[in-house]
Design a protein around this ligand. Structure first.
Ligand SMILES: [Zn+2]
Ligand SMILES: [Zn+2]
Length: 435
């Protein structure tokens, strides 16, 4: 995919860790079958990067939207839910916005929580693009909403006769998982990335063979989202429900389901579980469990907000699972992403393939001779990755050294009231260079 023409929201401004710590906020009044809406709102209210952003009022202070804007509505709601002294509030503005979130929603009807979540996130994305819908696709994926919830899925079809490979990539905001043949989320994810045989009626038109052939199709996650939403497909086309318990972990490593191998695990931590109780899609009740910024779990059931423990959270008939990328990923690899990436916000793992293309440019810019990348064995991703880490260390060190020199010069200038000779700045540099 082409680099974005413009980054609509700088990824460095996305805070994954809570910026303020307090116990869970208000419950939400049910105004008649609105538990689907309440439970989704509560999950979003405790989504760390989204809530941090909305609590900062950054959106409304720069919003140029005339009239309806779901980001403004969500910002007001989240601030109210967090800061009110009342034990419960009415999400009035979100309820009024229901027809604009999705034309098919009818107030007073029990709606599908996953459908509502999907429409809400999409409507927030539209709000972020307001006035700039003419952006190229890549730029559209650089909104804060897409950078929080969005990832990319790769579909790869391999012809069984000539081994030709064709790839396509598509953006996702959540991952739907078949649970009929799986007793756990990890098993469902394994099935999700398992190659599927395209044969008989489903044969694949191979361009190279120029005929219908048997082929293998495989989905993998190409770029991992900051917040991973998994939907356990409990309802069939007719609204009939699969009620079985499906095990889900508190911590999930997405690494085995990625397109590219990586040097380190891709850890996620569970922070919200949305539960459906009842026999079918049209009936029953939704409630949720969320982890507030105080690090404690709460059951949120319309107006009720009650403390609970993780053991209770992990044994529910989950419908939606929300995972946030775990902290502690600020490794050297992450620094590399920041210092080098010509287009911020793209995941390290998906950059891997593009690396060869933009690498010569990076080298020219930084006038350095790196260890030979091309001598790494072709199939050995780890070796290549290690070489890149070494290169990045060099770049980061050099940039840091320059920064220190500038700061030193400024300090000395302030102290002496004049610019020191250039030579005065250089002596200690020799030793630092050997870092
Ligand atoms: Zn707005
Ligand atoms: Zn072929």
């Amino acid at each position: 995919m082409a680099p974005p023409q413009r980054i609509l929201f700088s990824p460095e401004k996305i805070c994954m860790d809570w910026q303020q710590r307090q116990k869970a906020g208000a419950g939400l009044y049910n105004v008649g079958n609105t538990c689907f809406l309440n439970s989704v709102l509560q999950c979003l209210t405790y989504t760390p990067p989204l809530a941090n952003y909305l609590l900062s009022h950054e959106h409304s202070s720069s919003c140029r939207q005339q009239g309806f804007c779901l980001m403004c509505i969500m910002e007001a709601h989240v601030n109210n839910a967090w800061n009110t002294s009342a034990s419960a509030i009415q999400p009035r503005d979100v309820i009024s916005a229901l027809p604009r979130i999705g034309g098919h929603f009818m107030l007073g009807m029990q709606e599908d929580a996953h459908d509502f979540l999907r429409c809400t996130v999409t409507a927030m994305q539209r709000a972020c693009l307001a006035g700039s819908s003419a952006w190229d696709t890549s730029s559209q994926y650089s909104t804060i909403v897409h950078q929080i919830f969005g990832g990319f899925l790769r579909s790869r079809v391999t012809c069984c006769s000539c081994k030709a490979v064709s790839n396509s990539c598509e953006a996702f905001l959540d991952v739907p998982l078949d649970i009929e043949a799986a007793s756990s989320v990890t098993a469902a994810l394994e099935n999700f990335v398992k190659p599927e045989r395209l044969a008989g009626e489903n044969s694949f038109q191979c361009n190279r063979c120029d005929e219908m052939v048997t082929a293998l199709k495989r989905f993998t996650i190409d770029r991992a989202p900051r917040v991973l939403t998994l939907c356990l497909k409990r309802f069939d086309f007719y609204g009939k429900k699969i009620g079985k318990f499906v095990q889900y972990p508190q911590y999930l490593d997405l690494w085995p389901y990625m397109s590219q191998g990586a040097a380190e695990p891709l850890r996620y931590a569970l922070y919200a579980v949305l539960v459906h109780s009842g026999g079918s899609c049209q009936a029953g009740h939704y409630f949720c469990y969320t982890k507030a910024s105080d690090g404690l779990w709460y059951q949120m059931n319309d107006t009720l907000v009650d403390r609970c423990d993780i053991n209770t959270v992990l044994v529910q008939q989950a419908y939606l699972l929300f995972y946030v990328r775990a902290a502690g990923e600020k490794s050297l690899l992450r620094q590399r992403e920041r210092s080098r990436s010509p287009w911020h916000g793209y995941d390290l793992r998906s950059q891997f393939v593009e690396y060869k293309e933009y690498y010569p440019l990076a080298r020219r810019k930084r006038r350095m001779s790196p260890p030979s990348y091309d001598h790494a064995p072709n199939d050995n991703n780890l070796t290549k990755e290690l070489i890149r880490i070494v290169q990045d260390t060099v770049i980061v060190t050099k940039q840091y050294k320059k920064f220190l020199q500038i700061m030193m010069a400024k300090l000395r200038k302030e102290a002496c009231g004049r610019t020191p000779p250039r030579s005065a700045l250089l002596p200690p540099a020799r030793k630092e260079e050997q870092l």
